[in-house]
Ligand binder design. Structure first.
Ligand SMILES: *[C@@H]1O[C@H](CO)[C@@H](O)[C@H](O)[C@H]1NC(C)=O
Ligand SMILES: *[C@@H]1O[C@H](CO)[C@@H](O)[C@H](O)[C@H]1NC(C)=O
Ligand SMILES: *[C@@H]1O[C@H](CO)[C@@H](O)[C@H](O)[C@H]1NC(C)=O
Length: 384
């Protein structure tokens, strides 16, 4: 070997040694250091993932025997996933996490992170999963998050977030799952991302009507869980005709009316509808019986009046669970409910029904006192 070749060889050997020792990009290392130092040391148990992040070895170097054993995944020299264990880690989420520009998943679920969700997360162009479920993050959902074009899952449920939803949330063009349940969000539902499969914002203080424009183009939406909010006014026919809908839960809101059309020329996949605990008046929508897959219908504790449509008891119908208790329904319930081979369970109690056979499980809960029913029907005797 000539001297110059030997020199190059030594250089290369040195270089490879150095690169093993500092495999991870230095800005990723400093971001990880900042991440860990914003977690209170006293909340890091000895055998937890974060306890093994001690920076005496390189975070991305394999095999991981004593250091960086869990909570982190790399690809080459870049950190791609932070998936913390649920240990009750307490602390804030440092805005410097945005230096991990190759991050695909950030999952801090079921800990005690608090403070704002950093708006700098918007500079993570590859982020697909942002899961901050069950923590105590507060403040608003940052408007800047809506620039995360790769985001598939956004789960901020069970935190203390407040204020309105970002009105550009529909720019999350890849988003399929949005869960904002159990926060303190207010305001109305803005235009939603069109690729959503699942929309959940249960137990907030969202209000206003459900606008058709919010749901325009949501052809893949299967689950709507918006119970325990303050949504108002009319549920219009288009709502039940969203083409992929399977489950609707709007219980415990303030809707006052519902209009349902038969699903003509649409293959409806609706399986379960829960509109209980609203203020919906008028007659029961007979057209629900025309939804071919509908197995569970709950309209309990509203202000429905008039007779139960015979269509609900159709022999060839799909309904298996029917909850109509706590309304002002009158007349006799359809005989079909009590035929020998009926499969319907549920409740018709706490109404103004005449001759609900107590031998049927459907009629176990008793009817309203006659005086209340007379009052509800304008002082006249309930129509039979
Ligand atoms: C729903 O509303 C009813 C009546 O207002 C109330 O009794 C019930 O506790 C509510 N349920 C939930 C889960 O908030
Ligand atoms: C509908 O929602 C109410 C209120 O949250 C709940 O109590 C009830 O069990 C639900 N009904 C069905 C059939 O899931
Ligand atoms: C179910 O029965 C009704 C009449 O009771 C009939 O009009 C309807 O076409 C039947 N539907 C199916 C799917 O068989």
């Amino acid at each position: 070997m000539s001297n110059s070749k030997r020199f190059i060889f030594i250089l290369l050997a040195l270089f490879s040694l150095v690169s093993v020792h500092s495999l991870t990009l230095s800005s990723d290392i400093s971001a990880l250091r900042a991440f860990k130092s914003s977690v209170k040391p006293s909340s890091i148990p000895p055998n937890s993932c974060l306890a093994t992040w001690d920076f005496t070895t390189d975070p991305c170097s394999e095999p991981r025997v004593t250091h960086f054993i869990c909570g982190i995944t790399c690809s080459g020299n870049r950190v791609t996933h932070i998936t913390l264990d649920s240990q009750g880690y307490t602390g804030t989420l440092t805005p410097l996490v945005s230096r991990l520009t190759q991050l695909i998943a950030l999952d801090l679920a079921e800990n005690q992170f608090y403070g704002p969700i950093p708006s700098s997360l918007s500079s993570l162009p590859n982020l697909q999963q942002l899961i901050l479920r069950v923590n105590t993050f507060s403040g608003s959902v940052p408007q800047s998050l809506t620039s995360l074009k790769s985001l598939l899952t956004l789960d901020l449920s069970r935190n203390s977030l407040s204020g309105p939803l970002p009105n550009s949330i529909n720019s999350l063009t890849s988003l399929t799952r949005l869960d904002l349940s159990y926060n303190r969000l207010t305001g109305f539902l803005p235009k939603l991302p069109t690729n959503l499969n699942e929309l959940a914002a249960k137990a907030n203080s969202l209000s206003g009507p459900l606008y058709k424009s919010s749901f325009e183009g949501l052809t893949q939406l299967m689950v709507i869980e918006l119970s325990e909010n303050s949504f108002t006014r009319t549920l219009e026919p288009w709502f039940f005709l969203l083409p992929s809908l399977q489950q609707i839960n709007l219980a415990n809101n303030s809707f006052t009316s519902v209009v349902v059309l038969k699903p003509v020329n649409i293959y409806s996949q609706l399986v379960a509808i829960n509109l209980s605990f609203n203020r919906i008046g008028g007659f029961l929508p007979a057209n629900f019986a025309d939804y071919p897959m509908l197995r569970s219908l709950s309209l309990s504790y509203n202000r429905f009046r008039g007779p139960i449509p015979w269509e609900y008891s159709k022999k060839n119908g799909s309904l298996q669970r029917l909850f109509l208790d706590g309304n002002f329904l009158n007349g006799s319930p359809p005989a079909g409910f009590f035929a020998g081979n009926t499969v319907i369970s549920g409740s018709l109690g706490d109404n103004c029904l005449r001759s609900c056979p107590v031998s049927s499980e459907l009629c176990l809960k008793s009817q309203k006192p006659a005086s209340i029913c007379q009052q509800a029907y304008g002082g006249k005797k309930p129509r039979s």
